[in-house]
Design a protein around this ligand. Structure first.
Ligand SMILES: Cc1ncc(COP(=O)(O)O)c(C=O)c1O
Length: 397
């Protein structure tokens, strides 16, 4: 049998650490490795496998579109792209859409949109404020906006015009604002930063500050969008209406596709400003249309609320039983189990050995982002594994 991990170490430009799993097949919440071992996938891509692995509705949409038209240049109209655009507009507060391929690219488009808006509508304002511990992707501008210095250090000098403030601190944001500020970009809930939910008053206060100072509010919903936190978009449950949002991850249920949605007043792109060969490609947008329609037709927000309540109740029960757990945080099916010490690395490997995939989003926290279709019995199974692993870990300490 080929040792694929050896092949990787010989031929790959390694940019990240992998778990010791060679994944070969997925169905619903389950993944199988090349030894035939099954795992419950509570990492989900991360937070990307919205309908579960290889959902039949998504597979059928991809098969149909692959037989019809896989790719065509954006120099012509394409039906899947237009149908998806209309569906997203009909179900949000926005007026216009553009389709990139990834979350980082969607944020790049948002930075360009904000800069052009600042140039044309706000006397050349170009500064973008973002939060410390945020994550907006790995392109040069996205990594600059991300408040994560270790991702930036190898690539300095960084592009100018990005300012960082602590998350969930309205005063810091107010102090960092200058006449040159054109936009504020925030994740409604910081995902990679550790599943950090801001105070309920924070985003409405940011909105009010943006209104007072003529600043665009961009919410990066790459991780929180597409029912991950319950509503189709997280902003819909957080008492705030942004000017722009960016989407990716769950939008295609595993197929690479992203979107930027903007209100008319700041939709300032005109022909020649932006573009992408693959952006909004028929195959990708047909997949995203199938995923989005399925979510709307099956009332996915209610399903996520129920699945979340079930999972949170069991995590809370675990917390009461095991004093080494210090908290449960998050919203919908974007959750973190927080420990009193830095044991997350070990917990991830021990869960993996028992057939559960979770991720060490912080040294002291694991993130749980299962498919939105996760069943109660799968949740019970995952909880039983975590319970065994954690009881053993805390005993050994
Ligand atoms: C909030 C947020 N923005 C942007 C990105 C980058 O998305 P992508 O990896 O598709 O470029 C991520 C990825 O984790 C994310 O969580």
């Amino acid at each position: 049998m080929t040792n694929w991990r050896d092949v990787e170490s010989r031929v790959f430009m390694t940019t990240g650490r992998r778990m010791p799993v060679v994944a070969v097949k997925g169905e619903g919440t389950r993944l199988w490795d090349d030894d035939g071992k099954a795992y419950l996938d509570f990492f989900g891509g991360p937070a990307t496998i919205s309908l579960g692995h290889c959902h039949p509705v998504l597979v059928a949409a991809i098969e149909d579109q692959a037989r019809t038209l896989i790719h065509v240049s954006n120099a012509v109209y394409s039906l899947p792209q237009l149908k998806l655009a209309q569906l997203l507009i009909d179900n949000s507060c926005f007026d216009r859409v553009y389709f990139p391929n990834t979350g980082a690219e969607a944020n790049e488009a948002a930075f360009k949109l904000a800069r052009k808006w600042g140039k044309e509508r706000k006397g050349g304002a170009f500064e973008i404020i973002s939060a410390l511990d945020s994550f907006h992707g790995r392109t040069l501008a996205a990594v600059t906006a991300s408040g994560t210095p270790r991702y930036q250090a190898p690539f300095t000098p960084l592009p100018p015009g990005f300012v960082h403030v602590p998350f969930d601190d309205i005063e810091a944001l107010q102090q960092a604002t200058t006449p040159q500020t054109c936009a504020i970009i925030l994740e409604p809930i910081q995902g990679e930063g550790g599943v950090i939910v801001p105070n309920p008053s924070y985003l409405p206060a940011v909105r009010a500050w943006c209104d007072e100072n003529d600043i665009l509010l961009v919410l990066d919903e790459v991780q929180t969008g597409m029912c991950r936190t319950g509503p189709l978009f997280a902003y819909q449950g957080m008492n705030v209406e942004p000017d722009v949002i960016t989407l990716a991850k769950g939008l295609g249920g595993g197929v690479p596709v992203a979107a930027i949605l903007a209100k008319e007043h700041c939709a300032v792109f005109t022909p020649g400003d932006h573009g992408s060969t693959f952006g909004g490609n028929p195959l990708a947008t047909a997949a995203a249309y199938a995923v989005t329609s399925y979510m709307l037709d099956t009332d996915m927000p209610s399903r996520v609320e129920r699945a979340s309540a079930y999972l949170v109740a069991r995590l809370e029960a675990l917390r009461k039983r095991l004093p080494g757990i210090s908290g449960v945080r998050g919203k919908g099916l974007l959750l973190a189990l927080v420990f009193a010490s830095d044991i997350a690395d070990r917990v991830v490997l021990d869960c993996l050995a028992e057939g559960l995939i979770v991720n060490n989003v912080r040294p002291n926290a694991i993130r749980l982002a299962p498919p939105l279709t996760v069943s109660e019995s799968e949740t019970d199974e995952a909880i039983a594994i975590m319970s065994r692993v954690l009881a053993r870990t805390f005993e050994a300490k």
